[in-house]
Design a protein around this ligand. Sequence first.
Ligand code: HEM
Length: 194
Amino acid sequence: MAKLVELVREALEQMPPETRFRPEDEEVIARHRETLLSWTPELVQAFYDTLFAHPPTKAVFREGERPDREKTLEGWWQRTVEGPLDETYFAWMAKVGLVHVVRGVKNPMTLSMLSFVADFVENKSFKAVLPEAEPLSEAFHRLNTSVGVVITYAYDSFRAQALYEITGIEGALMDRIGQQESQAILKRLIEEGE
Ligand code: HEM
């Protein structure tokens, strides 16, 4: 099985560089460390209010679990803001993606909340009239897009690995089967006028 950092590299390399998290992004985040950390309680509250207001995401949580999850998110935010936002960070995120899978959190839930966090930073930065509101917001959009890319890429790879262990079908063959089947489905959709 490929190491997590190798998966991270493979995933990030597929992103056009303009869309990928970059060193200047990490620098602008570092310059705003104190401000970003001061937003922690508000971010955590808004994050979980959003998840608990939506039945499919609310259903993931166990009775009385919210305080623990809030602490988890606080820790994640602190680690994110304090950096370093290196391969180890992205590899950790791939692992967190897997922790989520085990608990029945679907990728659309995680990806939309990554976007929620980036939007939160953008709104707060502009409201606070931070001189670097724009680069800071862009940095979080690129960071969370990159995290989402890593999570979904690693997820595909873990699934391929699980399938290989159960069926013995190699990932490359499964990709070919997937491509062929997609072609057949696409043909049917076109024929049915969808
Ligand atoms: C921005 C998106 C998200 C981030 C950054 C995030 C971050 C994390 C982190 C760091 C952990 C701890 C993982 C570990 O124990 O190693 C965690 C656990 C968890 N997260 Fe998330 N999360 C996100 C979205 C979500 C969503 C959308 C849900 C549910 C709808 C969710 C539900 C959970 C649950 C239930 C656990 C506990 C897993 C367990 O140990 O049983 N998370 N999350």
